[in-house]
Each structure stands twice: as structure tokens, then as C-alpha cells.
Ligand binder design. Sequence first.
Ligand SMILES: [Zn+2]
Ligand SMILES: [Zn+2]
Length: 260
Amino acid sequence: MNRGEIDGLFCPICIEAWSTEGEHKMCCLPCGHIYGLSCIKKWLRQRRSNGKCPQCNRRSTLKDIRVLYAARLCAVDDRLHKQVRALKAKCDSLEKKNTDYCNKEVRFLEREADLCRKLQMLTEEKKSLERLLEDRQRESQGSSQDYQRRMIKDIGSGSQSCSGIFKQQGEFRVDGGRFFDIDASGQLIIVARRLNGMGGMNLLTKISLVAPNEREDIQLPENTKAVRALCVKPDTRLALLASLGKKLSVVRKQHHCSYL
Ligand SMILES: [Zn+2]
Ligand SMILES: [Zn+2]
């Protein structure tokens, strides 16, 4: 046991508890140090004590001893008191924080529920827009197929329905077109074009009458001059073209390459 542990609980001379009655009852010297009565008497009678308090060496005699009439001594530790007060303040502050967090949590839960509702609404709106888009796509596909069916029908019955009156079936844009020819099936047009924006490049463009947006550009040999006339063989891989410089060329398309 160290001094702090026995201080105020045991007689510092014999390290025994002091009593309220009898020889070892509680007593003190004028310096304030407390002992069991028999122990301090014995100590002061000894020569080597020189009549001094064993703890602080203040001079004392047997007459100075005062009996303490108390059942037990209990002193409040001020440091502990301060600690308790600090802990209580901390506890109060934590309780307040906890209340704040609880309130915040309630608000967050309400906000989360609100956002969930909004998300659901937006999801439904998205589905409805997707359905609308699908309907529109179906409609536009339908009208494009109608056009193709009409063209195929008209092309197929072209020779019989020759009433002498032309009716417009459709129109589409062709940039830089100079001359054109149509293949034997009557479903493909080959247009000789000159592109202004690309250094006056000459090329042939294959356009499907059934689906006018399906086009294929066919590059002509580099030295080809401006085309003045065009004639296409039925399989569309051979074309006869007259170009400036009094030249008549036969071009054949093979895969993506052109040959004379
Ligand atoms: Zn003692
Ligand atoms: Zn003392």
C-alpha cells in the first residue's frame, strides 16, 4: 500500500485501522497528523523520536496529543467533485446532441420518403415517355415501310399502268448530281456527282429507289475528269461513262476498289 491509500484510513505507524474507543483510538498532534493513541504515545516516548511528529518532524510532547471523538473520518475530495461536475456537464451536452440528432434523423427520414415518392413519379414518367417514343418509332417505321411497299408495287406494275399521267411518288436530295442512269431491275439509280467542297471530286452514288436513304458512294479512278454521260450495266458493277477530254471509260466496281 502506498501512502495515498492508507492516508486517512489507517494509523501511519502500525498500518492498522484506528478505533473509536480503547488504546488505539483516533488522536492527532498539533500539526494535524492523525495516529492511533497507543502508537503515537509509544513513539514520543522513544528517545530516537526526539519528540517530533513522525510525518512532519514538528516538535510535540505527550501533552499535545488530542483525542478525536469521531466514529470515522470522511473528507470530500475536491478534485473528484470537479471531475464529477465536468462529467455531468459533458453528459448534459451529449444528451442535447443526441436530441438534436434524433430531430435531424426525423427530418432526414421525411426527406428520404419525399425523394422516394419523387423518384417513383419520375420512373413512371420515364416509362410513359419510353412508350411514347416506341409508338412514334413504330409509326415512322410503318410510314417508311408503306413508302417502300408503294414503290415496289409501282415498280412491279410499271409497264401495265401506263396511263400517260405522272404522279409524284417521292423526292430526295442529291448534291452535285450531273447525270444518272437506272439499272435493269428499275430499283437502283446510279448518279454521277461532282462534289464542289472536295476539290471537285467525281464519284458515282448508288441510290435505292425502295429505300432512298440507303446510298453507297463509288469512288472513280483518280484521273477521271468531269462525267458528261453515264450508262449502267444491269448488275450495276459495270458502268460506261464519257468524261471531258474525249475519253470513254468502263468502270467496274469490285468490293471497295475501282478498276478500269
Ligand atoms: Zn498504530
Ligand atoms: Zn505532524
